[in-house]
Design a protein around this ligand. Structure first.
Ligand code: ADP
Ligand code: MG
Length: 389
């Protein structure tokens, strides 16, 4: 789960990590007022669930409150397209106005989960700033990192070693050690999958400051934090993803044209792989989970059909806990309700598979049954080709 920069900075403040003074605005008048309060000379920052805003025109240095108001007007409602948003961009609904900081040096600092070691890993670089991705690709040796032992936690000497590698000395080095220890405590206590400060800066006046802040929470830990759901900004999410969440379904949007309904994450991965092998491109995948009901299958199917990129649907379900006739009923119910004429291929196996197939065959839908995963992938790809011809 993502949150906005201003929310991440509120959490930073609670953990004694210094951030620039700032205010959040929901209207351009508030932008002006906040700019006045900060003395006119400030930075206006679009709040969206993506980085790369600086280069995309979402961050601007402002010299007068009126100029801030004008920029606010321009930003509100605009869809900001950055390298991290995809071509549709994300709508700006909130703006952060901050004191303009004079920068002496910029760094990159983050803690994230390393899947190789199954541990939190701290990363830092004295080069990069907004171009950290380029540094990672061209000269990875400039990025320092180490895995944190979960039993011992981050030790001050490890943080100091890293701060020294960044070229920090004296009191700023010690400030950086404290900041790193606080960041790790935050990461653990708030169940984060990522905390990132890019850039972490030393100001001209000689203070260490988190100029940007990104915090992502681990979705599996949300049940432990009752305040997290209220922090969500639904304007930043795909409406189909929100809908899927309501029914406890996992929906992931992809770039192709075949909607995929599966049960279980492993089967989903296998389905996408085999589909690609046969020349198909998934538009999305929706995992209905283990023991779904007919209603849940129907909702899932409708969500897939609402994705206008989906020109056909591939269902790959193993009826273990879930019976195949129930799956078939759910598909028929949803497809009939929305008058679906798209080609559908259903590969299912397990309990009551013959009943399920019989129901589908008599449904009047544009549906074919498949005997195996490969057979199903080949069939849906062929049906789409036929449609396109
Ligand atoms: P993003 O990572 O989305 O591009 P940042 O918050 O990192 O957004 O801002 C982009 C750039 O804008 C920063 O690298 C910095 O140069 C500048 N900037 C951001 N906030 C401030 C600030 N408070 N004072 C001065 N410059 C800022
Ligand atoms: Mg940044």
């Amino acid at each position: 789960m993502n949150i906005h920069e201003y929310q991440a900075k509120e959490i930073f403040t609670a953990y004694s990590i210094p951030v620039p003074r700032g205010r959040v605005a929901l209207t351009s008048d508030q932008v002006e007022r906040a700019a006045k309060e900060l003395g006119g000379h400030c930075v206006v920052k679009a709040q969206i669930y993506a980085g790369g805003r600086g280069k995309a025109g979402g961050v601007k240095l402002i010299h007068h409150p009126e100029q801030a108001q004008d920029f606010g007007k321009e930003l509100f409602g605009k869809r900001l397209v950055t390298p991290q948003t995809g071509p549709e961009g994300l709508k700006v609904r909130r703006i952060l106005i901050e004191e303009a900081v004079e920068v002496a040096r910029e760094f990159y600092l983050s803690i994230t989960l390393d899947r190789e070691t199954s541990r939190y890993c701290m990363l830092a670089s004295a080069e990069g700033g907004v171009d950290i991705e380029i540094v990672a690709a061209r000269s990875p040796e400039k990025i320092h990192s180490f895995a944190i032992d979960p039993t011992l936690g981050l030790r001050p000497y490890q943080a100091r070693k890293l701060a020294l590698k960044l070229g920090l000395t004296g009191s700023i080095c010690e400030d950086c050690v404290t900041l790193m220890l606080n960041l790790y405590r935050l990461c653990l206590e708030k169940d984060c999958s990522l905390v990132e400060i890019n850039p972490l800066v030393v100001t001209r006046a000689g203070w260490l400051l988190a100029m940007d802040a990104k915090v992502s929470f681990d979705d599996n830990a949300i049940f432990r934090h009752h305040d997290y759901p209220d922090m969500l900004d639904y304007s930043q999410l795909d409406p189909l993803e929100i809908n899927a969440g309501k029914y406890d379904l996992s929906y992931i949007k992809l770039q192709g044209n075949i909607g995929c309904m599966v049960n279980g994450a492993g089967l989903a991965m296998a389905t996408l792989d085999v589909l690609k092998e046969y020349g198909g491109e998934p538009a999305n995948f929706l995992d209905v989970g283990g023991g779904a009901t007919r209603e849940k299958v129907a909702e899932a199917f409708k969500i897939i059909l609402e994705d206008t990129d989906a020109l056909g649907v591939f269902v790959n379900i193993f009826g273990g806990i879930m019976r195949c006739d129930v799956i078939a009923q759910g598909i028929i119910e949803a497809a009939s309700e929305v008058n679906c004429t798209l080609p559908i291929v259903v590969r299912m196996d397990g309990s009551k598979v013959d009943e399920g197939r019989r129901l589908l065959a008599g449904s009047g839908l544009n549906v074919q049954s498949a005997d195996s995963l490969g057979d199903g992938a080949a069939k849906i790809v062929a049906m789409l080709k036929q449609d396109a011809a």
